[in-house]
Design a protein around this ligand. Sequence first.
Ligand SMILES: C[S@@+](CC[C@H](N)C(=O)[O-])C[C@H]1O[C@@H](n2cnc3c(N)ncnc32)[C@H](O)[C@@H]1O
Length: 303
Amino acid sequence: MAADSELFPVITPIIKWAGGKKKLAPTIEQAASNQIDFSTIDTYVEPFAGGASMLLYLATKYHFKHQVILDINPELINLYRQVRDHLTDLMTGLTTIQATYNDLPDLTTQKENFYAVRSAFNQGILVDEASVDQAVRFMFLNKTDFNGLYRVNSKGTFNVPFGQRKQVNLFEPANLTNFSQLLQNTEILLGDYHQTAQYAGPKTFFYFDPPYRPLTDSASFTSYAKSTFNDDAQVELATFTQQLAAKGAHFALSNSDPHQSDPDDNFFDDLYADFTIQRIQAARMISARAKGRGNVSELLVTH
Ligand SMILES: C[S@@+](CC[C@H](N)C(=O)[O-])C[C@H]1O[C@@H](n2cnc3c(N)ncnc32)[C@H](O)[C@@H]1O
């Protein structure tokens, strides 16, 4: 672990992301510390990165020699690569797109602007474009669409509607700059989490935050990308964590707690019986029904 002077200031996630762990990160770190001595860790791996809240929080407390983040969403990964490698161009693009939107006279013209950007973004998806412009559009849509959702249809087209905001603030320059600094020693990978197996070793810590197993049918928000994460996928992930543990790696894994809706549902207790399971309190933000809001317990599996 490095001296305190090398630790990062608080950096907030640069995008809104369903299932984001910004609020829960300190609780997760504390619970994980019961089992894991973070001062022995030199490689941090986050295979379901999303907004990367856990990396951002841990960077205020620990200095890892090597960091790896991965996600299956190509647009998100393109954004992070642009933040790391082309920060100035990204900020210029964001400043321009924000000023254009904020200077429009009313919501009618802003709505037209939103749908024009959405259409350009979808063209970018179709040609598999990795560019600063596409990253700018991605951040713009994230802050101007309905509720900061990212959702694609079966053809992979982004289809979240206009969010009706009159003024938007797409980024905080100091925050984005600090994030870019943090990403300098970070490998940013696109694809499936299995790719991260190569980093497993006694000094590696993995944080897994997969799409949650729905507590009820109505709460099945799993479409971050063109894939869904069903029970078979949860079982496969558990097998993966066993393989990592066999190589001496440490990990923490978040998921929903089925006991909330069905005390007899022991899906995760059975799946992770070889590891430690803690139940932690969380405020769930995204839910299809009001019934699903409020404080719920979540699972944290650690090894
Ligand atoms: C619950 S979110 C992670 C949220 C994140 N911890 C945060 O604080 O913002 C789950 C993420 O897993 C990604 N994902 C889904 N399936 C995946 C897979 N098979 N491999 C890697 N990432 C995947 C999704 O794109 C999504 O960003």
